[in-house]
Write a protein that binds this ligand. Structure first.
Ligand code: NDP
Ligand code: GDR
Length: 355
């Protein structure tokens, strides 16, 4: 069997770091693309360098950017990957309303640049391409959503990812490339970016527990998402590229919960019960024991157009790939809150040592 070499864009993100670890464990050589920033942004992958075993010598990082075509061509030429995982993106839906043009450039055209690079280098037959597509493509399409559900994107992010989805399908059909879309529903974990709602909640619960924060401000509490654990989804990405032919797959748990339910479970982890009072902007989450307000709604977090209800149907991935999530919703919330309790405690200890 030929040597497996993976190129991962977005290596410093939640999924990129988990995927790198997973592929190194499978014996791959992994090349990650990270962009230059003025402060270090490699915290999620630093432990891979520190590994005393030989994995450290199979892990390489390169500077690059999805907006820089010549750089992407050179990286593919130099690393000669057998699999490319395109995970890099401006991935925050609300931020995409503030930076729509950049989001289109990085998330939409960035995907085209990678596909064109493969073609320019005449590597169409040598490389398998994974595109990080998203449940946001479904937008306002009613649940449950599967591979055959119509896309109705509701944000600049989703519109950019729609282009990326279709250009991936087009390069597969036009040039016979092995190019697949994973249409992944929300997946989270302890290293999720801190401005996504799940991590924002788990961090706040930990900070409230240690008396460092009084309350948390959130937007739409009624939004429903099909939340899974990133570790399960990483394996699904890999399975998609091991399938004998390129295709598009939904990865989801098949269960949806509201933001309010996430809050309830997260506080329950530290032994607090939330009583909800009021409605819409005046809704408050109150500690049932002390009467203190712990959750308030801030309309600043409302989106110009909201995706209300995402619930995935993962039947095809189950049938064709044998993929199924293992970690359920309560375990996910527990993992995130427990991890943040440890993170906040460690931050406090460090601060106390310096005071
Ligand atoms: P993150 O936001 O955690 O990571 C995004 C990564 O992309 C980071 O490494 C970031 O680098 C990098 N990046 C952003 N812009 C550029 C650019 N112009 N050039 C090069 N790299 C760039 O996202 P996730 O890990 O959560 O998600 C991975 C992918 O999957 C994304 O494409 C996302 O849209 C998609 N997705 C995610 C889902 C989820 O629930 N997590 C669900 C469905 C799809 P830096 O560290 O410098 O910011
Ligand atoms: P999403 O994730 O938009 O689904 O995109 P996010 O966690 O940002 O929002 C989920 C839902 O929670 C509501 N919400 C809030 N969201 C944030 N960020 N902050 C708040 O304070 C808040 N209050 C309520 C939102 O309105 C929304 O309905 C994520 C990203 O990872 C995408 O890249 C990915 O494609 C999709 O998941 C699948």
């Amino acid at each position: 069997m030929s040597k497996k070499v993976a190129l991962i864009t977005g290596i410093t993100g939640q999924d990129g770091a988990y995927l790198a670890e997973f592929l190194l464990g499978k014996g791959y050589t992994v090349h990650g693309v990270k962009r230059r920033s003025s402060s270090f942004n490699s915290a999620r992958v630093d432990h891979l360098y520190a590994d005393p075993h030989e994995t450290a010598t199979r892990f390489h990082m390169h500077y690059g950017d999805m907006t820089d075509a010549t750089n992407l061509i050179r990286l593919i030429q130099e690393t000669r990957p057998s699999e490319i995982y395109n995970l890099a993106a401006q991935s925050h839906v609300q931020v995409s309303f503030e930076t729509p043009e950049y989001t289109a450039n990085a998330d939409g055209l960035g995907t085209l640049r990678l596909l064109e690079a493969i073609r320019i280098l005449k590597m169409e037959r040598d490389v398998r391409f994974y595109q990080a597509s998203t449940s946001e493509l479904y937008g306002s399409s009613p649940p449950p959503q599967s591979e055959s559900t119509a896309f109705e994107p509701c944000s600049p992010y989703a519109a950019a990812k729609l282009y990326a989805y279709w250009i991936t399908v087009n390069y597969r059909e036009a040039y016979g490339m092995y190019a697949s879309n994973g249409i992944l529903f929300n997946h989270e974990g302890p290293t999720r970016g801190e401005t996504f709602v799940t991590r924002k909640i788990s961090r706040a619960v930990a900070a409230i527990k240690y008396g460092l924060q009084d309350k948390i401000y959130l937007g739409n509490l009624d939004a429903k998402r099909d939340w899974g654990h990133a570790r399960d989804y990483i394996e699904g990405m890999w399975q998609i590229l091991q399938h004998d032919k390129p295709d598009d797959f939904v990865l989801a748990t098949g269960e949806a919960h509201s933001v309010r339910e996430f809050v309830d479970l997260a506080f329950a982890e530290i032994g607090m019960k939330i009583r909800w009072e009021g409605s819409d902007e005046a809704e408050k989450g109150i500690d049932a024991a002390s009467g203190k307000v712990l959750v308030e709604v801030d309309p600043r977090y409302y989106r110009p157009t909201e995706v209300e209800y995402l619930l995935g149907d993962p039947a095809k991935a189950r049938r064709v790939l044998g993929w199924k999530h293992r970690i359920g919703f309560p375990e996910l919330v527990r993992d995130m809150v427990r991890s943040d309790l440890a993170v906040v405690a460690e931050e406090q200890n460090r601060k106390n040592r310096h005071d």
